[in-house]
Structure formats: structure tokens, C-alpha cells
Design a protein around this ligand. Structure first.
Ligand SMILES: [Zn+2]
Length: 343
């Protein structure tokens, strides 16, 4: 059982998303974002509350309808083209992008994705849909029922997904969908992203938006995925100038260096006069994570969480990455316990 009093939301339909392989470092490897991740967290935390269905409207506030249509039909189109396994792209329109209306599934996969780590399997749409509903249900506990915090056990994760693309194991941006919903309920919102990887999708969605603060602490994209976004000089655009704050850290960062960046992030959130936090939480900052390179230990998670809860703001904690499946439950539980603990 979890040691915290934070309400937990999860829907079992999220488990049916089962891609087999991803293209990584020059070879096909087993898909790292396995359903056993969510099962490990759930077995540590105990019972979760049932998820409600808020429908398509909050999803379409963030994502393009054409992209959502693609996600829903991509696997069927793949099979109709005579293919086996999961739908995955092999060509991406990097040069002189322009809107061309292409029908072949391989062209559509290139149009609506940015990497080969995000195959679309038979149940991907359904799992992504319920992952978004999980975030919305947990948010509702905070904004409609006055809970100081809630945890959305979202899977697949969301923060690499933009308005019209999937990538990095992410299909719908759960944090962004919840953030937009909270804003429409009248809150001034800040998104704090503490996954090991930069939340490029979330940044992109709100890049020109001055009212939505996006602060991210992550591995330096000069050495780590997603490479092209998350550099310190990305600060937002137009009215959004200054409302994007990137704090990249070198590989090997231990707790001490991490907390220095975290204090800077929290100061930025205070200065924004935020009234509600959407926290994209990844446990892939853990020293034993198989695809990441920070040096955070299990006992560091309560410390980090407690410092964030010190802001004293209503907070929705949204699960992003974390691939050390054996320690994942313990690390998430430690984080939630530290968050719930009074100073
Ligand atoms: Zn990550």
C-alpha cells in the first residue's frame, strides 16, 4: 500500500497498448515503455480510483482533429496495406515542410510523428485515450473537489507528443490536456516537467502562450534525446517569450546539482504567480534507469517531492517515464509520500 494520502487514478485499458519493438541505437530492441511499468507502480500503490470519461472535447482543445483521426485509424490502415506488427514510419518530412494531403500510411506516419520509437499498435488509441482521461479525472479531484494533490498513473506517457505528432513513446499529451482544462476552469497554471528527457511536446504546444508557464529540468539535449529541443536558449516566442524555461543538466547529475536547478524552477513558478501546478513526473532520473544517466537514488525522490509541495499549490502529478521496472513502484511511492508529508 502507498504511504501517501494522495488520491491515485488509473484505468486498466491503458495496459492493452503493447508495441513489440522500437528502433534504438541501430537495432530493433524490445519496447521499453512496457505495460509492466504501470502494473509495478499500481501493485506498490494499491487501489486506484475509477477514471471518468470526459470525452473528446478536452483532447481536441490541445490536439489537431486530423492528427487524432490518424491515431485512431493508423493501425487499421497499416493492416489494410498488408503489413504485420505495429505501424511505424520510415520517412519524415524535415526539408521544406508544407501541407500536402497524402494518403499512403507510410506518408501519414511520417507526417504525424518525429521518431521511430513510437509504433502504433492495435490498442494504442484506446490506451492513449484512457491515459488522457486518467489525467482529467485526477485533475477533477483537485479543481472540483478541492484535493490538494492527485496522482494520474498515465500510460502511455505524454510529454513528447505535440499538437499534431507522436514521439518518444507519447501519443496524446496528458499533461497539456489537463493544463488546458485547468486554465479553462480559471486557474493560472504552471507546468513543471521533471522527467529525465525534455518535454518537447508540451513546450511546443504552449510556446507562444505567455499565460502558461513551462519549466523543465532534464538531461542536456546536446547528449540526450530528444536532442533538438530543450536547450537553455529556448525561451518561448511572441507573447510566450519568457514563459518557457529550460534547465538542462549534464549526465551524472546527483541530488545536489539537481536541487539547485529545482530551486531555480520553483522560484520561476512563484514569480509567475501560478495558482495550480501540473507536474510531469518521470522516474527515469533514477541512477538505475536503463535508458538514462542521472544519479538520483530512491531516497532522493521524497526530498525532491517535498520541496515541490512546499510551493503550497494545488498539484496534479502526471506519470511520464521511468524504465527501471523493479524499482519503479518504490520510487513513485517515495515521491508521493514525500509530496504528501508536511514540512
Ligand atoms: Zn523520459
Amino acid at each position: 500500500m502507498n504511504a501517501s494520502s494522495i488520491p491515485i487514478y488509473f484505468d486498466a485499458r491503458q495496459l492493452a497498448h503493447q508495441p513489440l519493438l522500437e528502433l534504438h541505437n541501430g537495432g530493433w530492441s524490445p519496447y521499453a515503455e512496457k505495460s509492466t511499468r504501470a502494473e509495478a507502480i499500481l501493485s506498490q500503490l494499491g487501489n486506484a480510483r475509477a477514471v471518468s470519461d470526459f470525452g473528446m472535447e478536452p483532447i481536441l482543445e490541445v490536439h489537431d482533429a486530423s492528427y487524432v483521426d490518424f491515431l485512431r485509424s493508423a493501425h487499421d490502415e497499416w493492416r489494410a496495406a498488408g503489413r504485420e506488427g505495429d505501424a511505424i514510419g520510415y520517412t519524415w518530412p524535415v526539408i521544406r515542410r508544407r501541407p500536402v494531403n497524402l494518403q499512403r500510411i507510410d506518408a501519414r506516419l511520417g507526417r504525424y510523428s518525429f521518431d521511430a520509437a513510437t509504433p502504433i499498435a492495435k490498442e494504442t488509441w484506446s490506451a492513449a485515450y484512457w491515459s488522457a482521461q486518467t489525467a482529467l479525472s485526477a485533475l477533477s479531484t483537485v479543481i472540483d473537489q478541492g484535493s490538494p494533490a492527485a496522482f494520474a498513473l498515465c500510460r502511455p506517457p505524454g510529454h513528447h507528443s505535440g499538437k499534431d505528432y507522436c514521439g518518444g513513446y507519447c501519443y496524446l499529451n496528458n499533461a497539456a490536456i489537463a493544463a488546458e482544462r485547468a486554465r479553462q476552469s480559471g486557474y493560472r497554471v504552471a507546468i513543471l516537467d521533471i522527467d529525465y528527457h525534455h518535454g518537447n511536446g508540451t513546450q511546443d504546444i504552449f510556446y507562444k502562450d505567455g499565460a502558461m508557464l513551462f519549466v523543465s529540468i532534464h538531461a542536456d539535449p546536446a547528449t540526450d534525446y530528444p536532442f533538438f529541443w530543450g536547450h537553455a536558449d529556448e525561451r518561448g516566442e511572441g507573447e510566450g517569450k519568457g514563459a518557457t524555461v529550460n534547465l538542462p543538466l549534464p549526465r551524472g547529475t546527483p541530488l545536489e546539482g539537481y536541487l539547485t536547478a529545482l530551486d531555480q524552477a520553483l522560484e520561476t513558478i512563484r514569480a509567475h504567480s501560478a495558482e495550480l501546478i501540473i507536474l510531469s513526473f518521470g522516474a527515469d532520473t533514477f541512477e538505475g534507469d536503463p535508458i538514462s544517466h542521472f544519479q538520483l537514488r530512491s531516497e532522493d525522490y521524497p526530498v525532491i517531492a517535498n520541496r515541490i509541495s512546499g510551493l503550497g499549490l494545488p498539484t496534479l502529478i502526471v506519470m511520464e517515464g521511468g524504465y527501471a521496472v523493479e524499482e519503479l513502484g518504490r520510487n513513485v511511492d517515495g515521491f508521493l509520500s514525500g509530496f504528501a508529508k508536511a514540512d
